[in-house]
Design a protein around this ligand. Structure first.
Ligand SMILES: Cc1cc2nc3c(=O)[nH]c(=O)nc-3n(C[C@H](O)[C@H](O)[C@H](O)COP(=O)(O)OP(=O)(O)OC[C@H]3O[C@@H](n4cnc5c(N)ncnc54)[C@H](O)[C@@H]3O)c2cc1C
Ligand code: SF4
Ligand code: SF4
Length: 432
């Protein structure tokens, strides 16, 4: 394998191509630096490209993200590796990091794929579509999602039966089952980690019934239902396809909860739940939406007004801690909760429940540094070693962090953090 490694050289390595990594790469590239942007997924854009609209402006997330991802993909100073992972990084000198990168095969030659979807239609295998968070299925030969970048098919070899139907259907003959993993050795002068966050897994709170009751969904699933690239053309509850008219939000699902090992606030769930409630009221004008909360944290610019706007539109806010969710025969859900203001236990019936799941650290790069210690905080987010003076600095000189890799934050703060990471990386490049 070693001898097959291709040697490459860039000024900066950015790991993770969500909004934070993408923005960092653009800032560096616009200042004349050559950037390698490494993304493990099939598309760049991270979680943001899959969102509906964004709080507090209610701008369309796709309309902001798609021009940005195409600027990244076309930038002469940026090379994007998708399906790729950095397996190790060694700091040799102050201005030389050596990184080993593995680029997994897509089994489709992207430059020849026209995204015609004929392979998708021909493929007989149906599996869960992870980009629609399991709300619908996809094929083993598939285009990740309609605004993916690169917009090209990919073959999911783990699910593929090697029947060859896609290959026969492809008019450009760009499906290639002989593609192999590529290995690269990169020399770079600086590294920015922008590996983002993981969503809390609600199966860890069995009393909420996620995975057991079909009409209990996560906020990311609801985000997909109301996005322009949504799986259905209306809002449906997954259990029976009924259009819901009494929707409940359970805030702090997996946040501020010591019992699941995540005592901190995820910072975005109050706001995105209010956003979704407002969008749902537009899509389903007759629906009742109730938000069950412990505290509403609307701390940012324009956020308190956004909260007021949700109330004015008729969203009900109940200060209540949900004890248990159970299912009725008709698929409706009974929420048993403590009404914190009245200090009594109550029950309420809803036909769909959305769990506003929190943000957890993504430990994917914590172990890749050899001979250097990347310091983490108590919850395994990347530690900012000089939070006030140089917020993107990590414990390794020359390695910076951007976006939610250092802790929960929203999109504007992720973009600001990317600004800080890129300017700190540029000063480092100038000094070394
Ligand atoms: C349901 C929901 C709704 C939201 N709505 C809003 C909203 O309306 N407004 C708002 O401001 N914020 C919202 N947010 C928050 C927003 O999603 C985040 O602030 C933003 O996506 C953070 O971007 P990021 O680049 O830090 O992380 P991510 O989007 O997580 O991107 C990280 C990228 O790194 C890649 N990656 C990870 N590990 C590796 C690795 N080892 N190698 C290579 N690549 C890797 C990932 O595949 C991903 O593409 C919402 C969040 C949720 C969960
Ligand atoms: S792989 Fe071939 S059939 Fe599939 S989308 Fe691309 S060009 Fe079309
Ligand atoms: S070869 Fe695999 S991906 Fe292609 S059609 Fe058959 S099952 Fe689907």
């Amino acid at each position: 394998m070693e001898e097959k490694r291709k040697k490459i050289e860039y000024d900066a390595l950015v790991v993770g191509a969500g909004i934070a990594g993408g923005e960092t790469a653009l800032n560096l590239a616009n200042n004349g630096y050559k950037v390698l942007l490494v993304e493990r997924d099939h598309s760049i854009g991270g979680k943001m490209i899959l969102l509906s609209k964004v709080f507090p402006t209610l701008d369309c997330a796709a309309c902001i993200t798609t021009p940005k991802v195409s600027e990244i993909a076309r930038h002469p100073n940026i090379t994007v590796f998708t399906e790729s992972e950095v397996t190790s990084i060694v700091k040799k000198t102050e201005s030389l990091f050596i990184a080993q990168i593995t680029k997994n095969p897509r089994f489709v030659h992207v430059e020849d794929c026209t995204a015609c979807q004929l392979c998708e239609q021909a493929c007989p295998v149906n599996v869960r579509d992870e980009y629609q968070f399991g709300l619908v299925g996809r094929k083993a030969a598939y285009i990740p999602f309609s605004i993916a970048n690169p917009k090209a098919a990919v073959i999911d070899l783990e699910q593929c039966t090697l029947c060859g139907a896609c290959e026969r259907a492809c008019p450009t003959h760009c499906i290639d089952f002989t593609m192999e993993t590529d290995y690269f050795e990169l020399q770079t002068k600086t590294v920015v980690l922008a590996t983002g966050f993981r969503l809390f897994d609600p199966l860890k709170i069995p009393r909420f019934g996620y995975g057991k009751y079909k009409n209990v969904v996560t906020s990311m699933q609801m985000e997909r239902e109301i996005a322009p690239t949504r799986p259905y053309h209306t809002i449906l509850r997954p259990g029976d396809g009924k259009i819901p008219d009494r929707i409940a939000y359970v805030l702090c699902a997996g946040s501020r909860d010591d019992s699941v090992g995540n005592p901190i606030c995820s910072q975005v769930c109050c706001m995105y739940s209010m956003k979704q409630a407002q969008l749902l009221m537009g899509a389903l004008p007759m629906a009742d939406i109730t938000i069950y909360y412990i505290d509403i944290r609307s701390f940012g610019k324009g956020f308190e007004e956004f909260y007021q706007q949700a109330k004015d539109m008729g969203v009900s806010f109940v200060k209540g801690k949900i004890g248990k969710i159970s299912e009725k025969e008709n698929g409706n859900l009974m929420l048993r909760y403590e009404d914190i203001q009245e200090g009594i236990l109550k029950e309420a019936e809803h036909d769909m429940v959305v769990l506003s799941v929190g943000m957890l650290s993504n430990p994917s790069v914590n172990q890749i540094f050899e001979g250097e210690m990347l310091q983490l905080d108590a919850l395994n987010f990347i530690q900012q070693s000089d939070l006030l003076g140089s917020p993107a600095k990590t414990s390794i000189d020359g390695v910076f962090v951007a976006g939610t890799a250092s802790g929960p934050m929203d999109i504007p703060d992720s973009i600001l953090s990317a600004g800080s990471a890129s300017s700190e990386a540029i000063s480092y490049l100038i000094q070394h």
